[in-house]
Design a protein around this ligand. Structure first.
Ligand code: HEM
Length: 464
């Protein structure tokens, strides 16, 4: 009976190829928003026999990705990325163990232990912004990477030439540009026809296999070398507390399996960190909406006197808190989340959803839902202000409910660290720097052009 139900509506595709050519290479977010307008809260497309389902409303995401999380929490089986690299694994026992390790060291309860590291890196960021403001994009990348290296491996980055920074950048570029670039470029024949993975590398058309072997060696270097360094420092007694050192020291008897889980969990954190993206977008918002940020700055100046802001000041800055919520809503750092995979056939609201569907949460659309956020395109921190909005509305509007993804076993494990570091960077920038639009040689204000150069992680392009 289920299979007699129709698939959710969506653009009509070509025979066999399906909607292959409907997937935009340049702007996947605008395409998803357009399908939402055209087809309602759930859309399905097909590509080479695979079903791809978009959930455009908070309610559909809650009903499926959260309430039915048991069958919606796998990642799509990307053999090029998973089997050959084991980066984006399924929802299995190994993943659960790695997530438990993350919860112990970067979960909500552990954030106070990282405050000092966050504050050290934030001061470095402010110094560099003062010395060379025009290089702000590079400074944000450095801040995000340095923070990750410090929290995950206890590695202090002291220059842009740092070996770990270069190696991590190499692995992340490889992952984003070569292994899983946005579709259709990132479609590997072996993902469509898994039996191809058994073909030997010397077979002439198996270039994917030769590439995989080369990339695998490069990726392995990226997660093994920093881990070995932590172990060496622990043996010498020079390791500073970090994700790896805390967990390695914790167990009296360290099994090979546990050590492997620590190494992989560390690697997932490094691969997933997006703090630089949020701060980059924050700077654009400060320039575009100066009045709201000046109001927050006045609050900060009033509370933080004679010292740099620290996370201990957070509770005393209620309006600034509303500004952060609005920044997270408008910036939508991961607008289409990370794809999930449906483990078995399902049906919802009269539609049939086949097993193995790739399920995408249109977080951007949820953050623009008019019923939740009146005048959604406007930058209005007041929509979260406890003196203007009741508690229930504020809770329902909180963008943190959507921006970090869905389902207990998939929701972003770095959310508390991301939140705390974004707050600290924003408050420190507002407290110490003037951020304004640039002027040309004739003194005319240059209006920033709002463009994004990475749409999976909505990373704003450079502006003046
Ligand atoms: C504001 C910044 C961030 C945003 C908006 C964000 C958002 C997300 C989203 C939407 C997902 C996918 C969840 C899903 O599948 O439904 C995710 C996964 C993940 N995030 Fe974040 N994230 C941020 C920062 C971080 C940071 C700082 C870390 C690490 C410290 C981190 C670690 C991870 C990891 C490891 C995953 C994969 C989880 C899994 O597949 O089990 N993220 N994040």
């Amino acid at each position: 009976r289920r299979q007699q139900l129709p698939n959710p509506p969506g653009p009509k595709g070509l025979p066999l190829l399906g909607n292959l050519f409907d997937f935009p290479t340049t702007d996947p977010v605008s395409a998803a928003l357009k399908w939402h307008r055209q087809y309602g809260n759930i859309t399905s497309l097909h590509m080479l026999g695979k079903s791809i389902v978009y959930l455009h409303s908070a309610q559909t995401a809650k009903d499926l990705l959260m309430k039915r999380g048991a069958i919606y929490s796998d990642r799509p089986q990307l053999i090029m990325a998973t089997d050959l690299y084991a980066i984006l694994g399924p929802d299995d026992d190994r993943l659960r163990k790695q997530r438990a390790l993350m919860e112990r060291v970067i979960g909500a309860a552990s954030i106070p232990a990282h405050c000092q590291l966050l504050e050290i890196e934030t001061i470095g960021l402010l110094h560099r912004l003062v010395q060379a403001p025009e290089d702000y994009r590079a400074h944000f990348v450095r801040y995000s990477t340095a923070l990750t290296c410090l929290v995950v491996y206890g590695h202090r980055v002291t220059s842009n030439e740092d070996w770990l920074v270069k190696m991590l950048k190499g692995s992340l570029d490889l992952l984003a540009n070569d292994i899983i670039p946005p579709p259709p470029k990132g479609i590997w024949a072996v993902d469509m026809f898994p039996f191809l993975k058994h073909i030997p590398a010397w077979v002439p058309f198996a270039s994917f296999k030769r590439k995989a072997l080369k990339w695998r060696a490069q990726m392995a270097d990226g997660y093994t070398r920093p881990f070995i360094q932590v172990k060496k420092k622990l043996a010498e007694g020079t390791a500073i507390p970090s994700f790896c050192s805390i967990l390695l020291q914790e167990a009296e008897y360290m099994s090979a399996e546990k050590e492997d889980n620590i190494k992989w969990a560390a690697n997932s954190i490094v691969a997933a960190i997006k703090i630089g993206t949020v701060i980059n977008n924050l700077l654009l918002l400060i320039v575009l909406h100066p009045a709201k940020f000046m109001k927050a700055k006045a609050e900060i100046d009033n509370v933080v006197k004679g010292h740099l802001p620290t996370l201990a000041d957070r509770l005393s800055l209620p309006y600034t808190e509303c500004v952060l919520s609005e920044v997270l809503r408008v910036a939508a750092p991961v607008p289409l989340g990370l794809p999930h995979r449906l483990r078995e056939d399902d049906h919802y609201n009269g539609y049939f959803l086949p097993k193995d569907s790739v399920v995408i949460a249109n977080i951007m659309a949820m953050l623009r839902e008019k019923s939740l956020y009146p005048d959604p395109e406007a930058f209005l921190p007041e929509r979260f202000d406890p003196t203007m909005v009741d508690e229930t509305t504020r809770m329902t509007r909180d963008p943190r409910r959507w921006i970090f993804g869905f389902g207990r076993s998939r929701r972003c494990p770095g959310m508390h660290l991301a939140e705390a570091s974004t707050w600290l960077a924003m408050v420190s920038i507002l407290a110490t720097l003037d951020v304004t639009k640039d002027v040309d040689v004739d003194g005319n204000v240059i209006e920033p052009e709002v463009k994004f150069d990475n749409l999976n992680y909505r990373h704003v392009s450079g502006f003046e």
